[in-house]
Design a protein around this ligand. Structure first.
Ligand code: SF4
Ligand code: SF4
Length: 397
């Protein structure tokens, strides 16, 4: 048995990597969250700068607008307001060093009911549960088995930014992964403080939806632990749960919203059936496309094939994939004082799949005629940034 398989729990489908296409080598190690850029920006002197401090401060202090469109007072105000619910959740455990949703799981006040809901037909119940999740506002939902490989080896205590135990406080066998679609018109204005509102809105939605659904499951007598970016890597979980495929831009590209999605998760022992990973030609398309890498201002994304190369400690060890140079990427974020997702905006999958052209594009991608979709996009070139001031003006129409 390989190291990779030893880390899989009794719940994990041992053949899942064949379905996802994940290539895990024998030197694989679980990722220690202390090494992600949002943690390193606090303890690692090679990352922490005046600019990185100002980046985080800009989310909390009175917005000081600049003259540039998309970075004015109104833009920063909208961004910070969009993040407000998420921030309220993540700040409530500050005294305990638990930054919920980012460096620690979400606490839930609801007790687990003594009486368990009797679930006779798990397949039917899973359909019902997915509809309930959508009622609460999830745009996408998939379910997969717990897979310890994607759990941080340590989480971060945010009082001193030190690694601490990341053992789950219960017995869980399934992971419910939810997708939260970002507003396309806002995303099209990346990079700007205005565009970052699209991320903030979805983090705030995630915090509410995850709290509501964990309350619901616990009230049915089952264990449930809510999670956003904390506790485990959500990208491999979203792929295993069948929500999309891995892209060169390091994002999960979904058939419904392309890369314009944020993901949350709930660990539970409620009986549920699992979804299968999808393969509709998206990762294959990325092997022939490089728009995200070309458009990235600090050139943080790779142009070549997937590899196991680690540019620095913020890359997971032993996974063959496209990996960004996170130091370059985050360095750019600190310069513009807001997050960047140019690699999301310029992606050909950032389109409206309800339109005729969107449907045709996806049909071509998932067919032997994929080369036509690539040719079509090559002719179009790299999508231009929408003007932030036009977004504000559109509110008056
Ligand atoms: S977020 Fe911006 S800086 Fe980072 S990889 Fe994407 S395009 Fe590059
Ligand atoms: S821009 Fe092209 S290469 Fe990059 S993620 Fe999108 S489809 Fe893949």
């Amino acid at each position: 048995m390989t190291v990779n398989n030893k880390l899989k729990t009794e719940h994990t489908d041992l053949h899942i990597d064949e379905d996802t296409g994940f290539k895990i080598s024998s030197d694989f190690e679980r990722f220690n969250q202390i090494n992600d850029m949002f943690s390193r920006a606090f303890w690692d002197d090679s990352v922490r700068t005046k600019l990185s401090d100002a980046f985080f401060d800009s989310h909390r202090v009175q917005p000081k607008g600049k003259k540039a469109p998309g970075f004015r007072q109104k833009d920063f105000a909208l961004r910070n307001a969009a993040w407000a619910i998420s921030d309220t959740f993540s700040n409530r455990g500050a005294e305990n060093g638990t930054r919920e949703g980012f460096q620690s799981w979400m606490e839930c006040e609801a007790e687990i009911a003594d009486e368990k809901l009797h679930i006779e037909n798990v397949q039917e119940y899973t359909i019902e549960f997915k509809q309930i999740a959508k009622l609460f506002g999830a745009d996408l939902i998939g379910i997969t088995a717990l897979d310890k490989r994607w759990h941080y080896s340590k989480r971060v205590d945010t009082r001193e930014f030190i690694p601490v135990s990341n053992e789950l406080p219960g017995n869980y066998s399934h992971v419910i992964v939810m997708g939260h679609a970002m507003d396309k018109d806002l995303v099209d204005t990346y990079p700007s403080a205005l565009a970052s509102s699209a991320a903030g809105f979805e983090y705030s939605h995630e915090a509410a939806i995850v709290t509501q659904l964990t309350t619901y499951i616990r009230s049915l007598g089952y264990e449930a632990l809510g999670s956003m970016n904390d506790t485990a890597l959500v990208v491999p979980y979203a792929i295993q749960a069948g929500l999309g495929e891995y892209g060169r831009n390091q994002m999960v590209i979904t058939p419904e919203f392309g890369p314009r999605v944020r993901f949350s998760k709930i660990f539970t022992n409620m009986p549920l059936t699992h979804d299968k990973p999808v393969n509709i030609g998206i990762t294959k398309y990325c092997t022939q496309c490089d728009k995200c890498a070309v458009a990235c201002p600090p050139k943080a994304l790779p142009l070549g094939p997937p590899s196991t190369e680690r540019l620095n400690q913020s890359t997971i060890k032993g996974v063959k994939k496209w990996s960004a140079d996170c130091e370059k990427c985050f360095g750019y974020w600190t310069k513009i004082k807001t997050d960047c997702a140019i690699c999301m905006r310029v992606c050909p999958f950032n389109r409206d799949f309800e339109t005729l052209s969107g449907k045709l594009f996806m049909l071509l991608v998932d067919s032997p005629l994929q080369f036509l979709a690539l040719w079509w996009e090559k002719k179009k070139g790299i999508a231009k940034r929408a003007k932030p001031d036009m977004w504000w003006q559109s509110l008056l129409k």
